[in-house]
Every structure is written in C-alpha cells, then in structure tokens.
Design a binder for this molecule. Structure first.
Ligand code: C2O
Ligand code: CU
Ligand code: CU
Length: 496
C-alpha cells in the first residue's frame, strides 16, 4: 500500500495527502504496510520447505590470526547440484572460520570487491572502536582495510558480517558472514569435545529463486517482520546431514539469519546441555529440551548421542513457539544427524565451566531506558505500526545518542511492552549480563545466565541488562533483526 492508498483508506483524501508528511512524521513509505494488519492477525513469514537431508554438512576452511577476506560475488551451491551466484569472502558463500587464541594478535586484510560500500564487524569480539566495523567506518567499492587487534576476552564463539547502514541485511543475506572461535587455556582444560566432535555451524534461512540463488528484495511486510526464507541452510547448504558416533558432541551454533528465530530442539526430544552463550561458557551446564536462538545470538551445546542406536537419524529441529507475533507457528527440521558408528566416550561433563561473576546492580552509575518497537496509536484508532525506533529515534550516523563514562557500569532497559514484534537487541563494545525480564515470557533462559551481547526482547517484555563499558570510542547498539536495523533501529553511543 502506498501513501496515497493509505490516506484514502483513512478517508483523509487529497487534503490529508498534502499534510501527510507531518501527520506521518517518522514513517517511511514501506512502514505503511502495518496499517492493513489487525494486531494479532498479521501475516506470518514464508513457511519453511524441507528438502531431503542428503548433502553432507560442510565446514568452512579454518584460518587463524592472519589472512585475506575479500567480499565478492562467487558461485556456490546451496541446493544440491545447483550452482548459483552468492556473496562470499573466499571461494564460496560465507567466509573462513577464524580460530584464534586469546591474547594473540589478529590481522585480517579486508578487500571490498562488491560494487558498493561494505565493512566487517566482529560480533562477539571486544576490539578497539576503530576496528569494530562501525557503520560509519566503510570500505568503498574496490578499497581495502586491515583490521588488527589483540584479543583479550574469554573463550567464546563470535562471528563476523558486514555493517554498512541500510545494506547490512542484503549483504549478509546474500552470503557474507563467517564464524570465529576464541580459545583459552582454561577452556581447553575442560576437555570439551573437540576436533571431529566439535561442530561449528551457522544457521540461516534463504529465499531462493528457481536456480537456487538467494534473492533479497524485502517487501513492506518483510521489513516489518524481518526477511525470512523458505529454505533453511547450515554452513551454506540446505538439507545437510552430519554423520555422528554414539558419544557426546559440542554444537556451536550462531543464528546468522536476518529475522528468523529458532526454537532449537532434537527430534527425539532428548534433553541437551547448554554450556555457553554469546560471551563464553556458563558457570555450569544447564539441561533443557528447547532453546530459543534469535538472530545474532550463539549457543554452545552438548548433545549426547550415546544412547541412540546406530542406524538412527536424529534431527536438529526448530520447534513451534509462541510470543513472537509473526513467527513460531511451524516446526521444521534444520539438520540431520545420522548416527552411524558405535564409539565409547570417555567424556565427563564438568560440573563447573566458566567464570560468570554477577555484576552488582549497586555498582551501576546510571540506568537508561529505551522504548523499542512501539506500536503507536494512529488516526481513527488504527494502530500506526512499523516505526523501527529506539527511544523514538531512527539511526543517524553523525548523531551521538548516548554518552557513557569509560569504565562505568550501567543498567539498560529495553521496553517492548507496547510493541508487537520480537527484537534481538545487540550492543557493540561490551558484553552484558541479563538482570531480568518482566512481562511476556517473564523468565531468564539458560543462555541468559552467561555473558551476552544480544538478548531477545519479545512483544510485551521489558528486559534489563547490566554492562561495564571498558572500550573507549564510538559504538552502536541495535536490533539484530537486520531489516529492523537497516530500517533505522540502531543508535550510536560513545564511551569516554
Ligand atoms: Cu552482529 Cu552490530 O552486529
Ligand atoms: Cu556486534
Ligand atoms: Cu527489531
């Protein structure tokens, strides 16, 4: 629906169209789509289509501290046998997995061979502001930049992706993303499953054309809900199968989707252990049978196949869930584990994992409150939705929205109590702890008992986080639904 049609619907006609811009301050044309939806009856995203799980799960090549990442158009097959044009940082879609030791120096040369600006953000690495891939630190088409930094953080799984404002959703969706694994001696001492028993995976959904190529052309509804696809891929392939033995595996999962949330579960309903979150290991393993993972979040899981008879298939699936108005209605399989080999497993689940000492709320010098995703009352009682804002504002690169004193600990509250879309809120420049969630799900989940950089705020929820800001400079915080982010749901903060 365009603006003219929208105004006609409201019965305002030509007069209103003249004053329309002031009536609709802050609304972009594509935001009007929300107008023809009744709350609670909105469109769902495209339903997932499964293909046979016959393509071996692949793992991107691994590099360590140095290397070349070139954003470019490449040929790769998401569907079996269907070579298609995608984006990638090396030979195929995605980029290499960067496996690095904490304390070491990283130096990665980025070359932009796209026909538009790009950059790289290291999501989950604590790097100096000028190396963080801030949306104003762009590498023009044909240009290069060397990202270099020394790692100083806990062992975790991070990831990387482009961050040019209004183009992040497209570039990431077409294939630009990669995984990062930071290791420490303390983590190694736990003897968690490693080598063939440690499976790093990025889960994404794509909207493929008839040739198996990802397409990105968000409609008004897609901007409202996030750009969801009918094809689920893991490490770049649809219908993936991974052979496993009868033992414990470590699944390190990043949700690299633009807008889709997964409710991770196993098809045999077996419980699994959550051992880590965005910022590293939990203090102790937590057992669960389902775990919501929203865009940008990571989950470090232990899955025990030792009781599964050889010859059995177990799927990693996404179960249905409620609370996110536009998704969660469908259960689907993500990846098949073919249990094909008996093996005795010496692994002992450690009782204690990482160090998560709670930040004390008494140490907080400030509390900031951010209204997110507000459903504003429009004219004639119609809800005026679709303003993807934080604190009523959309992103402006040149404006500093919040100023934080270096070294301070603060409480930030994200208030989605009046909103009707889920928003995974992400901060650059620090990890945080989740203090509480009021409304909606009203509780904290396993991954939220560790260090986080992205937290899901469902409609109706207010979520409070606490963080210490130890990196000086300019950073952003934003919704990690990439369509919301590109629509302006992002602000700058400066630490000094
Ligand atoms: Cu993964 Cu600012 O994002
Ligand atoms: Cu980030
Ligand atoms: Cu959002």
């Amino acid at each position: 629906m365009n603006r003219q049609d929208f105004l006609k619907t409201l019965g305002l006609g030509a007069v209103a169209s003249v004053t329309g811009s002031s009536l609709l301050t802050g609304c972009n044309t594509h935001d009007m789509s929300g107008m023809n939806m009744t709350p609670g009856m909105e469109n769902m995203g495209p339903s997932v289509t499964e293909i046979p799980f016959t393509t071996p799960l692949r793992f991107p090549e691994t590099i360590t501290n140095t290397g070349q990442l070139t954003a470019k158009s490449v040929i790769d097959a998401i569907l079996p046998g269907k070579n298609a044009r995608v984006l990638g940082y090396r030979g195929g879609m995605l980029g290499p997995t960067i496996r690095v030791q904490n304390g070491s120096d990283v130096s990665l040369r980025f070359t932009n061979n796209l026909d538009e600006e790009s950059n790289i953000h290291w999501h989950g690495l604590l790097v100096p502001a000028e190396m963080d891939g801030h949306p104003t630190q762009l590498v023009q088409a044909g240009g290069s930049f060397t990202y270099s930094f020394r790692l100083n953080q806990a062992a975790n799984m991070a990831w990387y992706h482009p961050h040019p404002h209004e183009k992040t959703g497209k570039q990431a969706n077409l294939g630009l993303a990669g995984m990062i694994i930071v290791e420490t001696p303390a983590e190694r001492a736990l003897n968690l499953p490693s080598g063939n028993y440690e499976l790093p995976m990025v889960i994404q959904d794509k909207r493929l054309d008839g040739n198996g190529a990802p397409t990105y052309s968000p409609s008004m509804d897609d901007v409202m809900m996030g750009y969801m696809g009918e094809t689920i891929i893991v490490n770049g392939v649809a219908g993936a199968v991974q052979p496993v033995s009868t033992r414990m595996y470590r699944l390190r999962i990043v949700n690299g989707s633009n807008g889709r949330i997964y409710n991770l579960a196993l098809s045999n309903n077996a419980p699994f252990w959550v051992i880590g979150s965005d910022g590293g290991l939990l203090s102790a393993p937590e057992q669960t049978t389902a775990l919501l993972l929203s865009p940008g979040e990571r989950a470090d899981l232990l899955v025990d196949f030792s009781k599964v008879p050889v010859g059995t298939d177990v799927f990693l699936k996404s179960d249905t869930f409620t609370g996110a108005s536009s998704q969660g209605g469908q259960a689907f399989n993500i990846l098949k584990f073919a249990v094909n080999k008996a093996e005795t497993d010496p692994f002992q689940l450690p009782a204690a994992l990482g160090m998560v000492s709670p930040l004390s709320t008494a140490s907080a010098t400030k509390t900031r409150l951010f209204d997110i995703g507000i459903a504003m009352e429009g004219m004639n009682g119609m809800p005026m939705r679709g303003m993807h804002t934080i604190g009523g504002k959309t992103y402006l690169g040149s404006r500093i929205d919040e100023t934080v004193k270096l070294g301070d600990t603060e409480i930030w509250e994200f208030d989605n109590s009046k909103g009707d879309e889920p928003h995974p809120m992400h901060l650059h420049g620090t990890f945080f702890q989740v203090l509480n969630r009021v409304g909606g799900r009203n509780t904290l989940y396993a991954t939220e008992k560790g260090w986080k950089d992205t937290v899901l705020v469902m409609p109706g929820e207010r979520v409070r986080i606490i963080a210490q800001f130890t990196k000086p400079g300019l950073f952003v915080f934003h919704c990690h639904n990439l369509e919301h982010e590109d629509d302006g749901m992002m602000l700058n903060f400066r630490v000094n």
